[in-house]
Design a protein around this ligand. Structure first.
Ligand SMILES: C[S@@+](CC[C@H](N)C(=O)[O-])C[C@H]1O[C@@H](n2cnc3c(N)ncnc32)[C@H](O)[C@@H]1O
Ligand SMILES: [Zn+2]
Length: 431
C-alpha cells in the first residue's frame, strides 16, 4: 500500500478512540487535496488502494478505527468503507449483466463518497456510456475528481457536488443504472431515483438501517417505509421485503415496475437489485405481490396474505395469536438466470473476495425457488422440545418427502421449505 501523507498535525498513525476523532472533527476540517500545509486545518492520511481494476485514494481506514477495532467510516469527512468491497465487486458484475441485456448503460452514483462505485462501473464494466458521480461533501468531490483523473476515466465520468435528489431530478429519465448507496436509509432518495430511471434499467440500493427494517426500531421502520417489521428469526428477510415493497410503491407513482433480481443481507447492510421497466400495467402487476406475513410465535406457522386493504388472520390453528408484518414483497427475491449471469461474470474476474462472493450468489440461487421466510433449526427444535439434529440430515429427510428445501444465505442455521409446519416438526423428530 502506498501512502500519500499530507500532514499538518498528525491525527493518528495508529489506533484512535472514536470519541477523540469526534472531538477533533468539531474544530477541524480535513484537507486531502491541495498538499499545501495550512494553519487552520489538520490533514488526514490518505492511502492508495486497489479494488478490482480501479486504484483509489481514500482516507486511511486505520486512522478511523474505534478502540474495539471496528472501522468507523462515518467519522471521516470523506466516506469510504473497505468492508463494502465485497458489495461493490458484486455490483460491478451486476452492472455488467445489465449492460449485456441493454447493450449499453448510463449510470448514476448520486451518493458517491470517494467515487469508488461510479469509477469502477466506468473502468470495469463494458458498455458503459457515461457515469455521473455526485456527493454533496466538497471534500468528497475534490477526492472524487482526483480519483477520476488517476483512473483516466475523465472521458466517461462526470463529477458533481450537489444534493443527490437535485441531481436525480435534474436528470429525469436519463439513467439505466441508478445506485443508491447511502449511509442509512435509501428512502429519502427513492422518489428522485425512480424518476431518473430511463425506460429500462436497474435500481440498485443499499440500506444500512437494518435495525428499523428488521424490527429493533419498529417506529422508525413505519416512519421511513410505511410498514410494520417483525422481530423473528427471519427478520432480516422481512426487512429486505419491506424495503423492496416500499421501492415498488414509489416506482408505481412513476409508472415504473421494479422487480427484484438479486437481494442479499450481508453483515450490517441489505443490498437489493431491482430491474426497472416503465409501464403502468407492469407496475400494477408487481404491486399484486405485495402483502403481509402473519407469524405464530407458538408453533412457528406463517401465513401469507396478498393485497392492501385485506383482512389478516388473527388466530393460528394451534390456538396462538398471529403477529403481522408488512406491507412487504411476497414475490421472488432472486432471478436465477440473472444471478447465474452475475456469477459467471464474477468467476472471470480477479477480485480478491471472488470465492466468498460466488458462494453467496450460489446460496441465493439455491434458495430462489423457495417460499418467503425460512425456519431456524434451533428455534424449531426448541419449540418441538428436542435437541437440534444436523441441518443436512433434516434437509435430506424433507427432500425425501418431495418438498422444496434449501439452506438460506440469511442464516447458517436456517432452512427454507414449502413443507407444512406440522410435517416439518414430524420429520424433525424422526431424524
Ligand atoms: C455511504 S456513503 C457512500 C459510499 C460510496 N458509495 C462507496 O461505495 O464508498 C454516503 C455518501 O452520501 C453523501 N450524502 C449524504 N446525503 C447526501 C445528499 N443528500 N446528497 C448528496 N450526497 C449525500 C455523504 O457525503 C456520503 O459520502
Ligand atoms: Zn400457531
Amino acid at each position: 500500500m502506498m501512502m500519500s501523507f499530507i500532514k499538518v498535525t498528525t491525527v493518528s498513525e495508529t489506533m484512535i478512540d472514536a470519541t477523540m476523532i469526534k472531538d477533533l472533527m468539531k474544530t477541524i476540517r480535513y484537507y486531502y487535496y491541495d498538499g499545501n500545509p495550512r494553519d487552520d486545518c489538520v490533514a488526514v492520511q490518505t492511502i492508495f488502494l486497489t479494488e478490482g481494476k480501479t486504484k483509489i485514494e481514500v482516507p486511511n481506514p486505520e486512522t478511523f478505527r474505534t478502540k474495539a477495532g471496528d472501522y468507523a467510516p462515518s467519522l471521516t469527512s470523506v466516506f469510504y468503507n473497505p468492508d463494502m468491497e465485497f458489495c461493490r465487486d458484486i455490483s460491478v458484475s451486476v452492472a455488467q449483466s445489465v449492460s449485456k441485456i441493454l447493450e449499453n448503460i448510463w449510470v448514476c452514483d448520486p451518493l458517491a463518497g470517494v467515487g469508488i462505485r461510479g469509477i469502477r462501473y466506468a473502468k470495469e464494466v463494458k458498455g458503459v456510456l457515461g457515469v455521473l458521480v455526485n456527493d454533496r461533501s466538497k471534500d468528497a468531490f475534490e477526492l472524487m475528481k482526483k480519483n477520476i483523473e488517476m483512473n483516466e476515466v475523465g472521458n466517461l465520468v462526470e463529477a458533481r457536488s450537489t444534493d443527490a435528489n437535485i441531481i436525480l431530478f435534474q436528470n429525469s429519465g436519463r439513467f439505466n443504472f441508478v445506485d443508491l448507496d447511502p449511509f442509512g436509509s435509501p428512502a429519502p432518495f427513492m422518489d428522485a431515483a425512480c424518476g431518473a430511471l430511463s425506460k429500462r434499467g436497474m435500481l440498485a440500493m443499499t440500506a444500512t438501517d437494518t435495525a428499523p427494517l428488521s424490527g429493533t426500531h419498529a417506529r422508525a421502520c413505519l416512519r421511513r417505509y410505511w410498514a410494520k417489521p417483525l422481530k423473528t428469526e427471519y427478520c432480516h428477510e422481512l426487512g429486505i421485503r419491506i424495503l423492496i415493497a416500499f421501492a415498488q410503491r414509489i416506482g408505481g407513482m412513476h409508472e415504473v415496475s421494479l422487480s427484484p433480481v438479486l437481494a442479499h443481507a450481508t453483515r450490517h447492510y441489505f443490498r437489493v437489485y431491482l430491474m426497472a421497466i416503465r409501464g403502468a400495467q407492469r407496475a400494477d402487476e408487481v404491486l399484486k405481490n405485495i402483502g403481509f406475513v402473519s407469524h405464530c410465535n407458538f408453533c412457528m406457522r406463517r401465513v401469507f396474505t396478498r393485497g392492501t386493504a385485506v383482512e389478516l388472520p388473527s388466530n393460528c390453528e394451534c390456538g396462538g395469536r398471529f403477529s403481522h408484518s408488512g406491507p412487504l414483497w411476497l414475490g421472488e427475491l432472486i432471478d436465477k438466470q440473472f444471478t447465474r449471469e452475475v456469477m459467471d461474470d464474477l468467476s472471470m474476474r480477479n477480485f480478491k473476495l471472488k470465492h466468498q462472493e460466488i458462494l453467496l450468489l450460489s446460496r441465493c440461487i439455491e434458495e430462489a425457488d423457495g417460499p418467503p421466510t425460512f425456519y431456524d433449526l434451533n428455534e424449531l427444535s426448541s419449540c418441538s422440545g428436542i435437541s437440534p439434529p444436523k441441518i443436512s440430515e433434516l434437509i435430506t429427510a424433507i427432500r425425501a418427502r418431495g418438498y422444496f428445501v434449501s439452506r438460506t444465505h440469511f442464516s447458517n442455521t436456517g432452512f427454507r421449505t414449502d413443507a407444512p409446519i406440522e410435517e416439518i416438526k414430524e420429520i424433525l423428530k424422526g431424524v
